[in-house]
Design a protein around this ligand. Sequence first.
Ligand code: PAF
Length: 285
Amino acid sequence: MILASEPEELRNLLDEARRRGDTVGLHPTMGALHGGHEANIAKMAAECDTAAVTIFVNPLQFGPGEDFSSYPRDLEADLSRAERAGAGIVFAPSREAMYPEEPLVSVAVRKLADGLEGRRRPGHFDGVATVVTKLLALAGPCYAYFGEKDYQQLVIVRRLVKDLSLPAVVVACPTVRETDGLALSSRNAYLSPELRRAAPALYCALLAGKRAIDERAEREADPVREEMRAVLLREELVEPDYAEVTDPCTLEPLGKISGEVRLLVAARLGRARLIDNLSAGAGEG
Ligand code: PAF
């Protein structure tokens, strides 16, 4: 596995790969790699001839008071996980390599960033869109792998690629869960054993919402929201933030349910803020 730390190295390596006739996959991450990333990398390595992982904790997407400085960083562990999962290249630049000067131009996301995470974390998705644009510009034509766990990010990246005509095909990677349903996330590391026991409440809430729609044929969104919130509230250590029923493409909150919807929840558990989501209503014509 090749470790690159300069943007030009990544560009050259992937240009060379394409000249050899390889298909190129890119999985942008912020490191702290876990089983979910490993599954995404393994999928990318099975589907692409050259599989590149980027590791960069992007300061632009953290707000004041968020966990930028304490975000878990362990490059050695990340490199072994990436290699084990099948990555051929890891790009791990320094902050200076990515942003040699204060950036004066950035990407602004409208509408899709107004609700959910975007409402709680102003500027977050502009920061994500800016760094993803930079990474895709360095990578050139590629398959770009993003986890469904960050569903709003996935929807925004799809639209970013479309609106800015970036030469990438976005590939969604299914959420990987612990056996009790907790979605794997780097921020699970912040959970004490007690909070960890309470954390599957997010998935339970999503399943309750999905059952209401798929099994009881609930067609009003508000009772589904209430039911998901009630499940979150059953766990004393869980402070619910939102429990939403949205259109899967526009992320608009729905009044009536017909066809596929996306259920999304967010909650605070101690210092960790966890998010999760699930599709429902997809079986409907
Ligand atoms: O999902 C993440 O880890 C980050 O938001 C991303 C896409 C790597 C951009 O920094």
